[in-house]
Design a protein. Structure first.
Length: 153
């Protein structure tokens, strides 16, 4: 699956859910000790450095996706000084610095990457749904269209 993340849900097995429903609450909720019972079980099978490590979320490669060797034109347009000023939501100087850093050799922090996605998303929503401007899809010649819900019958 070259272009997506596949979800697999081993803990949704109906027998496992029924078993967990029969467990006393004291084994399910251990304040800040996440996955207490699973970790206790894993301690019998896995090395300590595995079952004691902290939870880490999956993070998509944001900087590489938006600012790789050939960044998408729409991304650069949405983050341009003109578009940032037109939206009037973000500080153009701060965004310019973040974009320059993202386009350079410096790796963005997790917070900077999350900010970047939030900025791009906000700019896209503002352009398409607030200002109601069309954007061209690079793979087609037809623009994306904002649907007027009053016309849907």
């Amino acid at each position: 699956m070259a272009n997506s993340v596949e979800g697999r849900f081993p803990f949704l097995d109906v027998r496992l859910v029924e078993f967990c429903n029969r467990l006393p609450a004291s084994l399910k909720l251990r304040v800040l000790n996440e996955k207490y019972l699973l970790r206790r079980f894993a301690s019998q099978l896995l090395p300590k450095e595995i079952w004691t490590r902290k939870k880490r979320p999956y993070r998509a490669p944001i900087q590489a996706s938006f600012f790789g060797p050939n960044p998408e034109k729409y991304t650069l347009d949405l983050l341009s000084a003109g578009e940032i000023n037109a939206a009037g939501i973000f500080n153009p100087l701060a965004i310019g610095k973040l974009v320059a850093k993202a386009r350079g050799d410096t790796k963005l922090s997790e917070i900077e990457e999350m900010a970047l996605v939030g900025i791009i998303s906000t700019q896209l929503v503002n352009k398409m749904f607030v200002r109601r401007e069309h954007m061209l899809n690079e793979h087609t010649t037809a623009p994306f269209r904002v649907v007027d819900h009053a016309l849907i019958g």
